[in-house]
Design a protein around this ligand. Structure first.
Ligand SMILES: Nc1ncnc2c1ncn2[C@@H]1O[C@H](COP(=O)(O)OP(=O)(O)O)[C@@H](O)[C@H]1O
Ligand SMILES: Cc1ncc(COP(=O)(O)OP(=O)(O)O)c(N)n1
Length: 273
C-alpha cells in the first residue's frame, strides 16, 4: 500500500553529543515514522558535561538549507530549536510566511542545562515579535516562559497567566513544560489553546539523564502534527514518548546523559508500526 511519506524539517543547532538539537529531532521523527530533514542554525561542540563551543551559521546558509529542502521535497511540519540570533530568527520567520507553513512548532531554546547561552539575549524580542505571530505552538520550559513573559512563574496560576500572555503574542497554542518545577514529584505540562487549559501530568523520574528532553518533546509534537493529529493528540503522544525516553535513558557520558529515543517502540507495542 503506497501511503504518503510524511516529512518534517528541524531548524535547530547541532549537538555533537547526539542527545539534543537536530540529532534528537531526527531520531524522534524517525521513531515516529516521519522522514526527518534538517537546516542547521549553528554547530555546538557539546557533550553530557556541557557546551564547549557555539558556532552560528550565516543567514545565507540557513536560508539556502531551508530553500533546498522546500523546493525539492516539501514538508508537512517544521520545528525550530536553537536559533541563536535575531538575524537567523528573522530569516526563519520570513520563510514561514514565504512557504505558508501551518504546522510550525517553536521550541524557544535559550540556555543549555550546563548553563551555556544558545540564544543571544537581544534575540528574545525577535522570537516574540516575529516568530510567535506566525507559529502554531510554542513549547517553553518554565525558565524560558519567565524570560518570554518577563514575569516569575512559581505557581500553576502563574503558568496559566504566562500561557495566556504568550497566546496574546499570536501563537495558536502554548505548552509550558513542567520539568523545571523543582521539588515536585508530579510534573505538569500545561497546554493552552486559546480557549481552555489541558494538563498532562507524569511522575518525576529521578535521574540526571535528561539532556535534550525539550528538543525530543517538541520534535514528537512536530512529527504528530505532520501526521495530521490535532494539538491535543500530538502533545499526548509527545508526553508518552519523552516519558519512555527518560525512564529508559542510556546512562551515556559523565554528566547529563541523553534520553533513549527508541524506548517508545515498547510503549507502542514492540516493533514500530
Ligand atoms: N525528571 C523527569 N521525569 C519525567 N518527565 C520529565 C523529567 N524532566 C522533564 N520531563 C518532561 O520532559 C519534557 C521536557 O520538559 P523540560 O525538561 O522542562 O524541557 P527542557 O529540556 O526544554 O528544559 C516535559 O514533558 C517534562 O514534563
Ligand atoms: C544544539 C542544542 N539545542 C538545544 C539544546 C537544549 O536542549 P534541551 O532539550 O533544553 O536539553 P538540555 O540541553 O537543557 O539538557 C542543546 N543543549 N543543544
Amino acid at each position: 500500500m503506497n501511503t504518503k511519506t510524511l516529512k518534517a524539517l528541524t531548524i535547530a543547532g547541532s549537538d555533537s553529543g547526539g542527545g539534543a538539537g537536530i540529532q534528537a529531532d531526527l531520531k524522534t521523527f524517525q521513531e515516529l515514522d516521519v522522514f526527518g530533514m534538517s537546516a542547521l542554525s549553528a554547530v555546538t561542540a557539546q557533550n553530557t558535561l556541557g557546551v564547549n563551543g557555539v558556532y552560528p551559521l550565516s543567514t545565507e546558509a540557513v536560508s539556502k538549507q531551508i530553500d533546498a529542502v522546500t523546493a525539492d521535497i516539501g514538508i508537512d511540519a517544521v520545528k525550530t530549536g536553537m536559533l541563536f540570533s535575531t538575524e537567523i530568527i528573522e530569516v526563519v520567520a520570513r520563510k514561514v510566511k514565504q512557504y505558508e507553513w501551518g504546522n510550525v512548532v517553536v521550541d524557544p531554546v535559550m540556555i543549555a542545562k550546563g548553563g551555556s547561552r544558545l540564544l543571544q539575549e537581544d534575540a528574545v524580542k525577535a522570537i516574540k515579535e516575529q516568530l510567535l505571530p506566525v507559529s502554531f505552538v510554542i513549547t517553553p520550559n518554565i525558565p524560558e516562559a519567565e524570560v518570554l513573559t518577563n514575569k516569575p512563574i512559581r505557581t500553576l496560576e502563574d503558568r496559566k497567566e504566562a500561557a495566556k500572555q504568550l497566546y496574546g503574542l499570536g501563537v495558536k497554542n502554548v505548552v509550558i513544560k513542567g520539568g523545571h518545577d523543582e521539588g515536585q514529584t508530579e510534573l505538569i505540562d500545561l497546554l493552552y489553546d486559546g480557549k481552555e487549559f489541558h494538563s498532562f501530568t507524569s511522575k518525576r523520574i529521578e535521574t540526571k539523564h535528561t539532556h535534550g528532553t525539550g528538543c525530543t518533546f517538541s520534535a514528537a509534537i512536530t512529527a504528530e502534527l505532520a501526521k495530521g493529529k490535532d494539538i491535543l493528540d500530538a502533545v499526548r503522544v509527545a508526553k508518552a514518548f519523552i516519558h519512555a525516553a527518560i525512564e529508559n535513558s542510556l546512562g551515556i557520558g559523565n554528566g547529563h546523559g541523553p534520553t533513549n529515543h527508541w524506548a517508545y517502540r515498547n510503549v507502542r507495542g514492540g516493533d514500530v508500526k
